[in-house]
Ligand binder design. Structure first.
Ligand code: HEM
Length: 407
């Protein structure tokens, strides 16, 4: 593989579905071209940043590196395609970003999230019990992983349970939009308009009849003394409804796949369940469900000897940073006791993931329930990973297992 070809993995959805190929390309880039120019038909050119230190260096300077014009990599919009009709946190920069982030940040602090602990533990038990009912075989992604985080985040938001399947479908379309199995069509407009319609109605309802949920906090938020704009409110909902579950389910399913592939590590975790928190961090590092965000330079600079001009964009590759040999001892080994584990799966800096405590709590609850009951587990078919440019992980994980009844 030539170095230019290696750098093309970031624009090739199929590369993310083939973890071995993807990581081999990133390892080569980190060694030979850690700030690599990618100029591929169908995409505006950008620089791929693959080293942990460089991702952090850029992410820690939100005044120099903006999210605004190009927050994440996607294909160039086709002629005549409409603009994204929402404005969410990930598209904002100082000073707006902090103002909007504050609207919801209290809801995601450890104290607020701790209130959901019992609920998450009960849900984890419900889903592991469901696995037990499935006669020793299931597709862990479609039967368990996609439902459980969705349930938690939509409950926090305050949506009615009968709407959950619709949210799940829309999110999958949004994130899996380049995977032929999950896509609705070649552009995202229809999906975004559905979201818009749904959340516009929700905003109106929560303004008329405020409730004690996060949806009400957003609908009734004020910015500089004025009600939050509808584009911003809808952007918020879409971000929370979507960022909150495919990411977490990918981490949990990819984590289970890693445990199956590393039976020694699974045994170690079974023997010592106090390792669940470090195991979850390792799953996050290993899977890195968010594949990239981008930043755009506001001034000229030089990164590892490569000049980057104002207006040019960089892609921050979290999965690559998370296998960086300069930071992680035996970076290619899956180690459930890894400590320290300075992974960047949640990003870094001003846009650092709001949902970290929630995601960690959900994943820990699931593995605390599952691991002690797992008497055996193996693959029952070939796992398949999502074709994606943005958020991804397993889309199918067929497994066979023996589970002890719950204690
Ligand atoms: C394993 C699960 C998750 C992963 C890997 C993940 C990853 C990320 C990453 C990489 C970013 C961008 C950070 C940056 O630019 O520095 C982000 C932002 C964000 N995440 Fe998560 N996330 C996860 C779960 C969640 C959950 C459960 C929520 C809950 C609602 C959430 C809400 C958000 C929001 C609102 C932002 C935007 C923050 C901002 O721009 O200020 N995420 N996440």
């Amino acid at each position: 593989m030539g170095i230019d070809e290696a750098a093309r993995v970031f624009t090739d959805p199929k590369a993310y579905a083939d973890e071995r190929r993807f990581h081999a390309a990133c390892a080569r880039l980190r060694r030979e071209s850690p700030v690599a120019r990618v100029d591929v038909e169908g995409f505006d050119p950008f620089w791929a940043v693959t080293k942990h230190a460089d991702v952090m260096e850029i992410a820690r300077q939100p005044n120099r590196w903006f999210n605004g014009p190009r927050p994440a990599l996607g294909p160039k919009p086709r002629e005549g395609a409409g603009e994204m009709p929402v404005r969410a946190l990930v598209q904002m920069d100082p000073p707006d970003h902090l103002v909007y982030r504050r609207i919801s940040s209290d809801w995601f602090k450890p104290k607020s999230i701790a209130r959901l602990n019992d609920r998450a533990a009960a849900l984890a038990k419900r889903y592991v019990d469901r696995m037990a009912e499935l006669d020793g075989a299931c597709d862990f992604v479609t039967d368990v992983a996609v439902h459980y985080p969705l349930y938690v985040i939509l409950s926090l938001l305050g949506l009615p349970e009968e709407d959950f399947p619709r949210m799940r479908k829309l999110t999958q379309e949004l994130f899996g939009n380049v995977d032929p199995e999950l896509a609705r069509g070649p552009d995202l407009m229809a999906t975004l308009l559905d979201f818009f319609e749904y959340f516009q109605k929700l905003t109106e309802q929560r303004r008329a009849h405020p409730t004690e949920d996060l949806a009400s906090a957003i609908a009734n938020a004020e910015i500089d003394g004025k009600p939050i704009g509808i584009l911003e409110a809808v952007g918020y909902y879409v971000l929370i409804a979507t960022a909150g579950h495919d990411t977490t389910s990918s981490a949990m399913a990819g984590g289970l796949h890693a445990l199956i592939e590393h039976p020694g590590q699974l045994r170690r975790l079974r023997d010592d369940p106090s390792l669940v928190p470090t195991a979850v961090e390792e799953m996050l590092r290993w899977v890195s469900p968010v594949k990239q965000f981008m930043r755009t330079a506001t001034d000229d600079s030089v990164l590892r000897g490569v000049p980057i001009r104002a207006g040019e964009s960089v892609l921050l590759s979290y999965p690559s940073a998370n296998r960086d040999e300069d930071i992680f001892d035996r970076a290619d080994a899956f180690d459930v006791g890894r400590d320290p584990n300075r992974h960047l799966a949640f990003g870094f800096g001003a846009h650092f993931c709001l949902g970290t405590h929630l995601a960690r709590m959900e994943a820990r609850a699931l593995y605390r329930e599952l691991v002690p009951r797992l008497e055996s587990i193996e693959l029952a078919g070939e796992p398949a990973y999502m074709e994606t440019l943005f958020v991804g992980g397993p889309k199918h994980l067929p497994i066979r297992y023996e589970l002890a009844p719950s204690s």
